[in-house]
Write a protein that binds this ligand. Structure first.
Ligand SMILES: *Cc1c(COP(=O)(O)O)cnc(C)c1O
Length: 388
């Protein structure tokens, strides 16, 4: 047998034995609190559409109008002739909104993270990452060739000890809100630790942007950190903003350096201009409609109150990511299936996405949910979650 075919076959069989096999759902509807799968409607508690903008009529209308004007494909990379007025306008709007001198669009968060880390770091540097960082940050750190160190989750003292021992340029990377746990990084303390040692701090705020802060500017707004405290800010557009793509915001120097040297930026086709226009509309909604954040906060409180009454194993999260720890993978899958039979979709997250023994249901709330829908979720959890 061909060695690659043999290896793949064995790896797939092992995945099945370990209860780690993944299957994709196929949706026959737009993203929203209610989705259609295999002819049945489900209440959806697993998307990252935190503000309910993914199918908002204004965002859809703007996409249509911009496609009429700019067509569909961007036609080329940004540095050739794929950079158009909506891209430029979106970068300016994102820089303004985050209070940074400049912003740069990437096609996806994975591309942005690996692109930033591989272009800023080189052999001999040190990169420090929280153990629970998103896979794209871990991959970027590994790909960069820098000396790669992970520190215990949110442990600033451990990071400081590592930085003091390092010698040589050091770069620190964390999620603003951790994607599978929902808790926040101690950004103010991390920024102080980095500033005292001339280390640069990068924050991936994929899950805080649009959701946290009075204005929705995310984890750095809550911590009150400008681009001196967090020189590299990254966030994605595919979560709270409901569109697709990502951006990096920071100094003129940082952004110009990425344009010149980031291979993930240079050697790929620009996002469709109409998508940039749709993101501008979503950003306008995010800024105008603070009720979305307020309603979401109220739903989070309601869910946590109800889950506490049911004595469910809540984690320390104030974000729309509300995981319930199940332990082993088979248990998480069985709970996910029981909820599905009751008409609810909840993600069962297993290794290697999370550490072994910490498989969980990852419940995500959205401003598009109603209180009654959250109550339905609590009711179903009350029936499905085994009593102790
Ligand atoms: C989703 C996510 C990414 C990747 O962003 P994409 O645009 O989906 O590629 C990066 N970091 C974090 C923390 C994420 O949750």
């Amino acid at each position: 047998m061909n060695p690659f075919a043999q290896r793949l076959g064995e790896a797939l069989a092992q995945r099945r034995r370990d209860n780690l096999y993944r299957e994709r759902l196929t949706l026959d509807s737009a993203q929203g609190p209610q989705v259609r799968v295999d002819g049945r409607d489900y209440l959806n508690f697993c998307s990252n559409d935190y503000l309910g903008l993914a199918a908002h009529p204004r965002v859809v209308a703007r996409l249509r109008a911009a496609a009429g004007e700019y067509g569909v494909g961007s036609g080329a990379s940004h540095l050739v002739c794929g950079h158009s007025a909506p891209h430029e306008e979106l970068e300016e709007a994102l820089a303004d909104f985050t209070g940074r001198p400049r912003a740069l669009l990437y096609s996806s968060g994975y591309m942005a993270n690996t692109g930033v880390l591989t272009s800023l770091l080189r052999r001999g540097d040190h990169v420090f990452e929280d153990r629970l960082n998103h896979a794209s940050l871990l991959d970027g750190g590994l790909f960069s060739g820098a000396r790669f160190k992970r520190f215990a989750h949110n442990d600033v003292a451990a990071l400081e000890a590592g930085l003091d021992a390092a010698g040589g340029p050091s770069f620190v990377v964390v999620d603003g809100v951790f994607s599978m746990d929902g808790d926040s990084a101690p950004l103010a303390a991390l920024a102080r630790a980095c500033a005292a040692r001339e280390a640069w701090l990068m924050v991936d705020d994929a899950h805080g942007f649009g959701v946290l802060g009075e204005r929705g500017a995310g984890s750095v707004e809550v911590a009150g950190l400008d681009d001196a405290g967090v020189p590299v800010l990254m966030a994605t557009l595919g979560k709270a903003l409901g569109t697709a793509g990502a951006f990096v915001a920071g100094s003129q120097l940082l952004i110009e350096g990425l344009i010149q040297h980031s291979r993930n930026y240079i050697y790929t086709t620009a996002l469709p201009p109409a998508l940039a226009a749709a993101s501008l509309e979503a950003l306008a909604l995010l800024r105008e409609e603070s009720w979305r954040r307020e309603h979401l906060r109220a739903l989070i409180a309601r869910f946590r109150r109800g889950a506490g009454q049911l004595e469910l194993p809540l984690m320390a999260s104030a974000s729309p990511i509300q995981p319930l720890l199940a332990g082993d993978a088979a248990r998480a899958v069985a709970l996910g299936e029981a909820l599905r039979e009751r008409g609810l979709l909840v993600g069962a997250i297993r290794p290697p996405t999370v550490p072994r023994g910490t498989a969980r249901l990852r419940i995500t709330l959205s401003a598009a949910h109603s209180e009654a829908q959250v109550d339905r979720l609590l009711d179903a959890l009350g029936h499905c979650w085994p009593r102790r």
